[in-house]
Write a protein that binds this ligand. Sequence first.
Ligand SMILES: O=C(O)CC1=CCC(=O)O1
Length: 96
Amino acid sequence: MLFHVRMNVNLPTSMPADEAAQLKQTEKEFSQRLQREGKWRHLWRIAGQYANVSLFDVDSVDELHALLTALPLFPYMQVEVMALCRHPSSIHEDDR
Ligand SMILES: O=C(O)CC1=CCC(=O)O1
């Protein structure tokens, strides 16, 4: 199942710089593991914003929820999810 996910990150300005850097590093390692596993298919920065657009390929909504809520930055994110299905005109066989 494919999901388009937008994540807006809002770290508190009061957070110490070393704590923010550690969180971002842990987030990076977590997301790169999921990318290598094929669960996090694409990850793009939204230009000019501390936000990303991602494509997840998971087995269920429950799995997506578990992955998103396990993100180290999750407590500081606003997350929007759109479920995707195959477009009849798509030429990409893996669009499902
Ligand atoms: O920087 C972000 O957009 C938040 C994030 C998600 C995965 C990652 O490595 O950083």
